[in-house]
Design a protein around this ligand. Structure first.
Ligand code: NDP
Ligand code: TDO
Length: 309
């Protein structure tokens, strides 16, 4: 506990899409003290500068222990990861260091300072043969990114710390100075440039609005819920469905969206075919209530207008 009456939440990777939404919601709600951390300088928008930024590279064990020593966070939400799935397939060592070894640094520090670790995981721990998945299904990753996220879960489950694992899928939204895009944004931007897109119609996801994911993380902290929770959107859609919905919403040229399948359209890393999550446990135990996909696009659209005004 830092502030007289507020518990503290340290966010790793706070410059990221989820990280920025968490800082926003924690500041808006005022119930907790937020400690935003990340690699290098803050890229948080000025509106979030109230929170004191701490540079923290979670792959640096001494850096992690020093920051925990200084801040003694009650909770840690680990959003930091190597999230470009195709680069993970090509740069396995870097992916292993960030997605597995760095998590072990956090486990060690959480154990030493009695912090509750909330860790972000993914649908890519599954092989996509039988989605949508519940919390009890058996992982069987088919790409290296998914394998590293599964190994990190195993390290956490084997530890002695208080932990919560939040699994999510295909997060979309807009944040300040983003280091990677997401499907709604790259479909919208490509169509606005008049580019032709190939979208697969045989992969299934339950796309997740970044704000809903952040709220799901905070609900587990508010309810001190431990264990595994699926936090995602409710609707199961294909990337083709998502692209058509995006074009309809922003009134863009749908004829530039070519329907294809995973046989014809391949990426460096294999994607599991049918994933998505069953979110009944989060709805029942956390009162989690995600937006519909169309409402999610509406929220993103309003933020884009604000950002461009
Ligand atoms: N996005 C998605 O579709 C999904 C994401 N997830 C999981 O959710 C979590 C958050 O995802 P998302 O917000 O989209 O990810 P982002 O890629 O937007 O954010 C990850 C952040 O981690 C930071 N980072 C990279 N290396 C380090 C390091 N050594 N120390 C500290 N921070 C570091 C990055 O910094 P910088 O910005 O400078 O590169 C970035 O800000 C991840 O764990 C991901 O695996 C799970 C399923 C789906
Ligand atoms: C680039 C592209 C993707 N797709 C499909 C493949 C995939 O199912 C979906 C999204 O592809 P992307 O490469 O944009 O995103 P992808 O890397 O698949 O996103 C993943 O990110 C990591 C961090 C996760 O944890 C996963 O849950 C998932 O969200 O769209 C197309 O159909 N056409 C395209 O041109």
């Amino acid at each position: 506990m830092n502030n007289a009456n507020k518990k503290s939440i340290l966010i790793t990777g706070a410059n990221g899409l989820l990280g920025q939404k968490l800082v926003q919601q924690i500041l808006d709600e005022g119930q907790f003290e937020v400690i935003p951390t990340g690699i290098g300088e803050s890229r948080l928008p000025t509106s979030l500068k109230a929170a004191k930024w701490i540079s923290l590279d979670i792959t640096d064990r001494d850096d992690v222990l020093q920051v925990f020593e200084k801040t003694r966070p009650d909770f840690v939400i680990n959003t930091a990861a190597m999230t470009n799935v195709d680069i993970c397939e090509k740069e396995k060592k870097a992916c292993e260091i960030l997605n597995i070894h760095a998590v072990m640094n956090l486990i060690q520090a959480a154990e030493k300072f009695n912090s509750h670790l909330v860790h972000l995981s993914t649908d890519f721990i599954f092989d996509g043969e039988a989605g949508p998945y519940s919390e009890n299904d058996t992982p069987n990753p088919i790409n290296y990114y998914g394998w590293t996220k599964m190994k990190a879960e195993e390290k956490i489950k084997a530890s002695k710390i208080k932990w919560t694992i939040i699994r999510t899928v295909l997060v979309y939204g807009i944040a300040n100075d983003m280091s990677r895009s997401n499907i709604i944004l790259w479909v919208k931007e490509s169509l606005e440039k008049g580019e032709t897109l190939q979208l697969v119609n045989d992969q299934f996801r339950t796309p997740t609005l970044a704000e809903d994911l952040a709220q799901g993380c905070l609900l587990t902290i508010k309810k001190q819920a431990e264990g595994i929770f699926n936090i995602s959107g409710k609707e199961q859609l294909t990337p083709y469905d998502m692209a058509i919905a995006t074009a309809d919403f922003f009134q863009l040229d749908k004829s530039k969206i070519k329907e294809t399948n995973s046989e014809a359209f391949t990426q460096d890393a294999k994607r599991p075919m049918k994933t998505g999550f069953i979110i009944d446990k989060a709805i029942k135990e956390l009162d989690y209530c995600p937006k519909s996909f169309m409402d999610g696009i509406g929220i993103l659209s309003k933020q884009l207008k604000l950002a461009n005004s």
